[in-house]
Ligand binder design. Structure first.
Ligand code: F6P
Length: 192
């Protein structure tokens, strides 16, 4: 059976501060995850070779930096663009744009950030990535929460209402495997 590995980047400085978006560096915990990742991949997949796809943002590139495989960056794997809300906390968004905050909670999949993207937009920009994934073997993706929710949902057939709420924890490697009965997901969390 064929499998795909994917992971969010390690904890970033913005994650620590609860800020949306940005292009921050990894936190010390995030660096620890990047250092632990090569052994975790080997434990699960053995000596197989991989191609690692990252976004163009520092936090995914740094997370993949210790992996000894070929790497390719894709802009289509960048995190959902939060537009005017980029760099804010959820609390600040609620204070500054209360209507948008409530619209987002009513329909998180369709809600488009002002000057930014909706989950639907992310699903659309991921189409070429998904097509390529279907053709390739041994791919590991290091990307972001919203993007990985979309990729996961495509393969596991999660509906748009549930997609934006899927839990994709930090410091966890996920493995999707195709069996005779469909696609299965396994999670390997590191305690960092
Ligand atoms: O908080 C990290 C983050 O990747 C943000 O950059 C992004 O806006 C958010 O998660 C996406 O999650 P949600 O759609 O649940 O706000």
């Amino acid at each position: 059976p064929r499998s795909i590995l994917f992971s969010r980047h390690g904890e970033s400085m913005y994650n620590q501060l609860g800020l949306l978006g940005g292009d921050s560096e990894l936190s010390p915990n995030g660096v620890k995850y990047s250092e632990a990742l090569p052994a975790l991949v080997k434990r699960i997949m053995g000596d197989q070779d991989f191609t690692v796809w990252t976004s163009t943002l520092k936090r995914t590139i740094q997370t993949a930096s210790k992996l000894d495989y070929k790497k390719v960056q894709f802009k289509a794997l960048d995190e959902i663009n939060a537009g005017l809300c980029d760099g804010m906390t959820y609390k600040q968004v609620k204070q500054k744009f209360p209507e948008e905050y409530s619209m987002r909670s009513q329909n998180k999949f369709e809600f488009r950030y002002r000057g930014g993207e909706s989950y639907r937009d992310v699903v659309l920009r991921l189409e070429p990535i998904i097509m390529e994934l279907e053709r390739q073997q041994n791919i590991m993706i290091v990307s972001h929460q919203a993007v990985l929710r979309c990729i996961y949902s495509y393969f596991l057939e999660v509906c748009p209402e549930e997609l934006p709420y899927i839990k994709i924890p930090l410091h966890t490697l996920m493995k999707l495997t195709w069996t005779a009965y469909g696609c299965e997901a396994q999670m390997y969390s590191l305690d960092i």
